[in-house]
Design a protein around this ligand. Sequence first.
Ligand SMILES: Nc1nc2c(ncn2[C@@H]2O[C@H](COP(=O)(O)OP(=O)(O)OP(=O)(O)O)[C@@H](O)[C@H]2O)c(=O)[nH]1
Length: 353
Amino acid sequence: MAETSSAKIPVTVLTGYLGAGKTTLLNRILSEPHGKKFAVIVNEFGEIGIDNDLVVGADEEVFEMNNGCICCTVRGDLIRIIDGLLRRKGQFDGIIVETTGLADPAPVAQTFFVDEEVQAKTKLDAVVTVADAKWLSDRLKDAPEAKNQVAFADVILLNKTDLVSAEELAEVEARIRGINPYAKLHRTQKSAIDVSKVLNQGAFDLDRILEIEPAFLEEDEGHHHHHDHEHGPDCGCGHDHGHDHHHHGLKAVHDAEMQSFSFSTEKPLDPDKFFPWVQDLVAKEGPSILRSKGILAFKDDPDRFVFQGVHMILDGDHQRPWKDGEKKVSRIVFIGRKLDAKALEAGFLSCAA
Ligand SMILES: Nc1nc2c(ncn2[C@@H]2O[C@H](COP(=O)(O)OP(=O)(O)OP(=O)(O)O)[C@@H](O)[C@H]2O)c(=O)[nH]1
């Protein structure tokens, strides 16, 4: 191998369950005056690109993979994007990959070991997992990905400490330590952390990963083995994609099926209809709606409104003015289990001004 490891471009994989605070962390990293340039790759569950629109920094190029999970087919996508980036070497100092909250980080991390070209030119610096202090304990019970995200982490941000009591925080930290005693753990709010604790960690430890997942380096298109759940027939991510990656409602093979529905409308929305509707919706359906988010165009509002929900906790803010010529489309996505797509769509569309 011609290249020394110092010439390799460091790759940071940001993972963490739905709504834990990954994008918040990514935006912090990108906003920091570090003078570095990053290539950002985001991967979404669901078909309307919202995540890439929530990433700050006009300077950064954001590459989007929205074919569901990073696994068998999408890993090809990741390799293709990275190959493209490598041809323009020198233009950036690092690569940051933000995975969907439903991704098992193993296939993502594998990419940096199994593909020769990628392996020669990049090094996986660290898997950084954002853990939601409020919801992680619940997800450890019903979502194998959440556990794998913790197990694979080199650095863990135990985030949203403002939403739990000191006892709850200690409890969830103990659960994390039970799964992964090795990672550096930082307690955070709004993913606030010194960037030096996240980037250039030189932390990814292949030996430790091989202990957790002995088949890690086997180049088998993602048929790696989990300890704790049955994996899907086609890939290791646990999601049953069927044959169409663009359809609504990707399914999970474990416990209950995970779905994603997104809707959009060009009609301006009435905030006085939208907020009561969405508040009532998550109050009633919060347990099954794991994640909601949207970019909304309100009537007579020059700014884009970003709306965010994690279960029944809602958040929202104006993002930036709609640009000249930018189509004012409102987009919203719901990720969860046992969702009533028709009712969601009808409800959303009824918020038109
Ligand atoms: N109360 C509280 N809310 C937070 C904190 N960190 C992030 N949030 C909010 O949680 C929501 C989700 O944050 P994101 O950064 O979008 O989470 P994510 O992990 O990127 O979400 P997905 O990509 O959809 O999986 C947003 O409304 C954030 O403002 C925190 O420390 N405390």
